[in-house]
Design a protein around this ligand. Structure first.
Ligand SMILES: [Mn+2]
Length: 407
């Protein structure tokens, strides 16, 4: 298969060049793509019904770093790993940073856990109890300190806060508690770092959610300042929501901080990105490419829960799907698109998009990988390699999961 893709590259390159696409420029951009994988995606996690333990699933932060390093080695475009505190808590964060570097990766976003403590039953920062609010705030500040020590530039916040029944709590009081906690945390952000505020329309709360949508997250970030931006998790919207349009709006306002990529069929399913939603993902990347420099600091992170699929292979597949979507977006003939738009040529514009979307970019990606000095077929290498077999033997089948799952 790989040889076939590499053999098909010259013809594809010629065809693209004829369409006015600068293939060298496209390859350059693909080589610089950066997809961050989550530490929690390498350990056992699953659904509320059952967590199926995977032989070789990472049992601690050290194994999670090794796995993330392995995915980066195979793909060349996953040079950082997001961590979750306290799941990835350790005594010496400078040592953790060095350990990550020894695997060829850096520590990426730091994610505080604001949903697992007993005290958080009625919420974390929005909890009616001042003591619990304090506890949640102290944890977020602790995560800012961890950012300093690990060299992380991102504090990634998701709150499970909300209510389940009418009258349970004052929506406005909760709004004020959220604003207060974010304002206090913002003061502790390391220099040059950013706070990413994630939203989710429901779950675990089912009546009100304290940050239910991008507009609420955006309003909070506007009040906070330049270091606060919105994080778009692709699984956190009502059915039918046009996510690429949200992306375009936030990008233009300078308020798109990053993504949590995953796919869904029904709600926050956390499936492998690009499986159910490849066209949506393409349109998201089209908006990112269209935004040019305004998209230069966007953080691309994967946030998934692999329940029945092998952890490493799932992560590999996810990174590859992000590469495919970005590659296709880079092939959109922007001149032709602008002309069609100016002329009101509805279907002409649509066909420009589809010309890019329908292009088989596998030869292009195989060539990019070859030029990066890695194998053009990461899945093939993974399946032949002994890494997964070796860790299955060394680590065995771990009992227990991380317990719960971040948004
Ligand atoms: Mn998320």
């Amino acid at each position: 298969m790989t040889d076939e893709h590499l053999a098909a590259y010259p013809a594809l390159a010629e065809r693209l060049q004829k369409r006015g696409i600068n293939v060298e420029d496209v390859k350059d951009k693909l080589k610089k793509q950066h997809i961050e994988t989550p530490s929690w995606g390498y350990g056992n996690s699953g659904t509320r019904f059952k967590v199926f333990a995977w032989p070789g699933a990472a049992r601690n932060i050290h194994e999670r770093l090794a796995d993330a390093g392995y995915i980066h080695k195979l793909t060349g475009v996953a040079p950082s790993v997001a961590i979750h505190i306290p799941w990835d808590k350790t005594e010496d964060y400078s040592a953790l940073r060095q350990e990550a570097q020894s695997h060829g990766i850096e520590i990426g976003a730091v994610n505080p856990n604001l949903f697992q403590d007993e005290e958080y039953k009625l919420g974390s920062v929005c909890n009616p109890s001042p003591a619990t609010q304090e506890q949640a705030l102290a944890h977020m500040i602790e995560c800012c300190e961890i950012m300093e020590k690990t060299g992380s530039k991102l504090l990634s916040l998701w709150f499970a806060d909300g209510t389940n029944y009418a009258g349970q709590d004052s929506v406005v009081d909760r709004k004020h508690r959220m604003e207060n906690a974010l304002r206090e945390t913002y003061k502790h952000l390391p220099k040059g770092s950013r706070m990413l505020v994630e939203y989710k329309f429901f779950e675990p709360a089912f009546f009100t959610t304290d940050i239910p949508d991008w507009g609420t997250a955006y309003a909070l970030c506007l009040k906070l300042g330049d270091q606060a931006q919105v994080l778009v998790d692709t699984g956190h919207h009502a059915q039918g929501t046009n996510i690429p349009m949200i992306v375009a709006y936030l990008l233009d306002e300078g308020k798109l901080g990053g993504f949590h990529f995953n796919a869904r069929q029904y709600a926050d399913d956390d499936l492998i990105v690009g499986t159910t939603n490849p066209f949506e993902l393409f349109n998201i990347f089209h908006e990112l490419v269209s935004a040019g420099d305004k998209a230069k600091d966007v953080a691309y992170m994967i946030d998934q829960s692999h329940n029945i699929e092998p952890k490493l292979e799932a992560m590999l597949q996810s990174v590859i799907h992000c590469q495919v979507a970005y590659a296709k977006a880079l092939l959109v003939d922007r001149k032709a698109l602008a002309e069609a738009q100016r002329g009101g040529d509805v279907l002409g514009a649509y066909r420009v998009m589809m010309e890019a979307y329908d292009t088989d970019v596998r030869p292009l990606l195989a060539k990019v990988r070859q030029e990066m000095g890695i194998d053009p077929d990461p899945i093939g290498v993974y399946r032949k390699d002994d890494y997964a077999r070796r860790v299955a033997k060394e680590r065995g089948v771990a009992s227990g999961a991380l317990g719960g799952f971040p948004g």
